[in-house]
Design a protein around this ligand. Sequence first.
Ligand SMILES: Nc1nc2c(ncn2[C@@H]2O[C@H](COP(=O)(O)OP(=O)(O)OP(=O)(O)O)[C@@H](O)[C@H]2O)c(=O)[nH]1
Ligand SMILES: [Mg+2]
Length: 226
Amino acid sequence: MIAPGYKVTLVLPARNEAGGIAKIVEQVRPFADEVLVVDGRSTDGTADAARAAGARVVVDGGKGKGDGIRTGLREAASEVVVFFDCDGSHHALDIPNLLAPISLGAADLVVASRALGGSDEYRMNFEHLLRQWGSDFATWLVNARWRAQLTDIQNGFRAGFREKLLGLRLNANHFDVEEEMVMKALKKGLRVAEVPSHEYERQWGASKLATSEGWRFLVRLAREMV
Ligand SMILES: Nc1nc2c(ncn2[C@@H]2O[C@H](COP(=O)(O)OP(=O)(O)OP(=O)(O)O)[C@@H](O)[C@H]2O)c(=O)[nH]1
Ligand SMILES: [Mg+2]
């Protein structure tokens, strides 16, 4: 039992991650009562590889990562869920840290912070600077609006109480789902905490997040702020 008193479902959103999905399922298994892979209609055999590795597999509605997160929340069998990307960016050994504030009754949602834990994905080029500025700006705005002191509102690696997260009625279909979750949680008065976690470079396959999708984050910020 990794979070004393609670059962935990590891929700793994995966779209075309056949290169490493089996490895991820194995890495997170010691920390999970249930391993649930949410397949984003992959065409590379991700779902079969996940099943062969022992995960339960459900398929999302094909609309994007936000759809995958909602599907995972709906389908998870445990009271606590951990979202964990399937590109090798996170370390499974950070899961107990992420769950500690939940077990201690100190938080409803805990986000793994790359600002506190560092990132290998950072590159000194224009595209990455743009992403970093956008992300810092979004975090600053959210902190100012809800008097919070967060450092990373967009990391996909996070944990929370399933019922409380379902109660947020998330509707983002894309990568803006993570900031939507944080903003709606703050709005509702849920306790949002962070723990440091290092982000590693994607280990296989290709990123599903194009920088040109950045406008979605801005529209989402505007929608939830007012
Ligand atoms: N179920 C589901 N999962 C998805 C979908 N799109 C992306 N994912 C998964 O979401 C996780 C994060 O996607 P990434 O492409 O790594 O995006 P990111 O980490 O925000 O961005 P990068 O910094 O470019 O890696 C990965 O495990 C993807 O396979 C989708 O439409 N449905
Ligand atoms: Mg990634």
